[in-house]
Design a protein. Sequence first.
Length: 305
Amino acid sequence: MELDSTLATISAVLPDNIGQAVTTAAASFIPEGLSDVIWHAQRYFPKEVDVVSAAKFMLYFSLISLILGILGRVFLGKRSSLNLSVSSSMGILFVYAATVAIYTFHPWSLNQLLTPLPFVSFSGEYLIVLPITDIQFPALCAQVLSLVLLAFLVNLVDTFIPKGSNLILWLILRVVMLGVCMVLHLSVGWAFQTYLPGVLVNYAPMLLLLILAFCLLSGLVNLLLGLVIAVANPFLGAMYTFFFSNIVGKQVSKAVFSTAILCAVFYLLDLFGYTVVCISAGALITYIPVALLLLALWYLIGCVL
């Protein structure tokens, strides 16, 4: 009898309480460092997203998104900055879900198409999601800044394109807009990698994010304290004027909020261990409904509300 079958036979005849005691005793002999290694390794085991788990996640996600949209409509009016930020995040998530669904058919190499999509990459039949809590800080800053840039382009272009007279026209215009934004994002990323020195490529995202955070915080403080701070500190007033009063500043603010929503989604995927996700053809029954639901949320929050 082989060792595996022998152990299986022994475990089958042991009472449950004895089996648990043996497991506990064995775990006590594992060094703490090795336990951490095992825990980190388990996060990279491939997982399949079943229909029930996807349905629960999308239910909670839809409720939170609709609540944000309704609050934005009630307190800030129709097509408020809050609603447009949430809507843009839905559009970007739709690109992720649609790209995964298309990739299962392997019609062509999608490496170039995925280049503008931060935090993800393809490897065979697996989607690899970069663990947002387990990567080095400069790399994290690069991914977040890339996401901010993509969200900025989506919010900016969405401001200028018409709403459309019906649902079909609205969706067509927005899908074309996403395609244009991804091409622009890819072009910016290529120029960034090609013309900047290696040191700046590694550390510029971190510095730019720190500057962006400082400017946004300055604008937020000025918004809360109003004219008193504006008079006492003209610099903060200038920051508020830029980041909340002109069109570029508004798009930056919306892009940061959209990025925060997307980072929250990636954090939840990391938290629940969905770092390496199986995207075989059998998983289409899960990903296609997710893409359609994101499309519906994108329209409801961005156009109706």
